[in-house]
Design a protein around this ligand. Structure first.
Ligand code: GLN
Length: 476
């Protein structure tokens, strides 16, 4: 039985039915994993083998574990795992070993999922190609000359290469959804505050959210059920627990979907064709489709860039050669230690963000013309979303205006995504078609605040009626 062709829930069911043991699953994983994707920075074989024995014991004793018990999970390397290297794909944290677990990892461990590796990404989650990683870029199996997207590049790439079963990524301005679209996997950025950020190495705390990236929407929903809920260690979490995102009786019939007309017009012709086809599928399933114009395209990226860079500088300030990470040798003065460690150990993209963030907050004038205006723009975008959700259950658009781009293409492919981070709305990407050149197209479904269940159940139903998510690339 090749576990790499199976979803997390399918493997979990086989484990529960005693058709296969956790130990067999983990051995199969490590006997066959190749890392062609370059999606992994670290493999956790010893940890996983020990855990597999422990979990199998619990299952044999009849303990009540989740359906994901014994299933291998791969986690983005900006999520802290106690005793296991967590690098943020940076030279700065190349040898950093956290002394505590992120809440999401603790919850998954408690549910019995088994960590098999830490996942490659853009350095400190800054980027949209995966190429800013200190450990080299990830590969896109749909076309090796094209980007995987980022910053959760390794999650998407490892899933597409059939080198991961299910994964956790993070999304500050599109980092789960954009690579999901480029590599044809399913990923959700949950409502802000639904999932604890405790133990997520911060980029821009007002927008950062952890979310699952998986082979289908069912795995995505199940994983989100496990990781969501109140956490006393993160006071931005919503004071609620036991969320449920899978409903057998959910019906798309009568659902009001606002199709973002100007997002579609902004996209390449071949993306338009596939999105229109997907909209027709939803229409045939009974959804009520109407067109809407959201006046956010022009504002979302500059707003996101100003606010996220400004927030990032205080997070990046802790890397000073003293408290964390890389330390240059033969330095005899404190200032020089700080300067040299940052010069040596941060990549170009991280340095750019730090400089831009400092520029934005440099003095009162800059603060007024950049930061304050960005806050106004954010409020304007939030109002547009609010008005739209007075009328619609879901807003629909392409995930990206283009399919996976070549490395010299500087198109802002996050342009439809950052608004959901600015407003806190839940938003997911699912495969919805392929171009003539066999490149995947993603569809974004945005939900109202805390209506993650609606977009997830719609995605589950969509995937019951289509097989875009089942199509695999030809891997040579
Ligand atoms: N691509 C965006 C950026 O580089 C988003 C990153 C993210 O969501 N972590 O800022």
């Amino acid at each position: 039985m090749d576990i790499f062709n199976m979803t997390a829930i399918q493997i979990g069911k086989k484990i529960q039915n005693k058709e296969i043991s956790c130990i067999e699953v983990i051995n199969h994983f490590f006997d066959n994993i190749t890392n062609k994707s370059n999606g992994y920075i670290t493999f956790t074989k010893n940890y996983a083998i020990n855990k597999a024995k422990e979990i199998q014991n619990k299952i044999d004793k009849g303990e009540n574990l989740s359906i994901l018990a014994g299933v291998p999970i791969s986690i983005k390397d900006n999520i802290c795992t106690k005793g296991i290297k967590t690098t943020c794909a940076s030279k700065m944290l190349e040898n950093f070993i956290p002394s505590y677990n992120a809440t999401v990892f603790k919850k998954l461990e408690d549910a019995g999922a088994i960590l098999v590796g830490k996942i490659n990404m853009d350095e400190f989650a800054m980027g949209d190609t995966g190429r800013t990683s200190f450990f080299g870029g990830c590969n896109n199996p749909w076309d090796i000359k094209k980007s995987t997207g980022g910053s959760s590049s390794g999650c998407a790439s490892a899933l597409a290469y059939n080198e991961a079963i299910f994964t956790l990524g993070s999304d500050t301005g599109g980092s789960i959804r954009q690579p999901s679209a480029f590599c044809s996997v399913t990923g959700i950025k949950p409502t802000y505050g639904l999932v604890s950020r405790y133990g997520l190495i911060a980029f821009a705390p007002e927008f950062d959210q952890i979310g699952p990236m998986t082979k289908d929407a069912l795995d995505c929903a199940k994983t989100l059920e496990i990781i969501s809920g109140y956490d006393k260690n993160d006071n931005t979490t919503i004071k609620k627990n036991n969320f449920s995102f899978i409903s057998e009786n959910f019906n798309v019939k009568g659902l009001k979907i606002g199709v973002c007309k100007n997002f579609i017009e902004y996209s390449d012709k071949e993306v338009q064709i596939e999105i229109i086809n997907a909209i027709n599928i939803l229409k045939n399933m009974g959804a009520i489709i109407e067109e809407i114009e959201l006046d956010v395209i022009e504002y979302s990226m500059p707003t996101y860039q100003i606010l996220s860079s400004a927030q990032s500088i205080s997070n990046m300030a802790r890397y000073d050669g003293i408290k964390y990470g890389y330390k240059p040798k033969n330095i005899d003065c404190l200032d020089q230690l700080c300067i040299q460690s940052r010069t040596d150990a941060f990549g170009v993209e991280v340095k750019k963000r730090i400089m831009f963030g400092n520029f934005v907050l440099k003095n009162k004038d800059n603060e007024n013309s950049y930061y304050k205006n960005a806050i106004n723009a954010k409020n304007y975008i939030t109002k547009q979303f609010k008005n739209a959700f007075d009328k619609y259950d879901i807003l629909l658009s392409p995930t990206t205006p283009k399919t996976a781009t070549s490395f010299d293409d500087t198109t802002e492919t996050d342009i439809f995504l950052a608004s959901s981070n600015l407003t806190g709305a839940p938003s997911l990407s699912i495969p919805c078609g392929f171009t003539k050149n066999n490149m995947p197209v993603g569809m974004q479904l945005i939900g109202n605040y805390l209506k993650d269940d609606i977009i997830l159940n719609t995605a589950i139903q969509f995937q019951k009626n289509t097989d875009f998510h089942l199509k695999r690339p030809n891997i040579k």
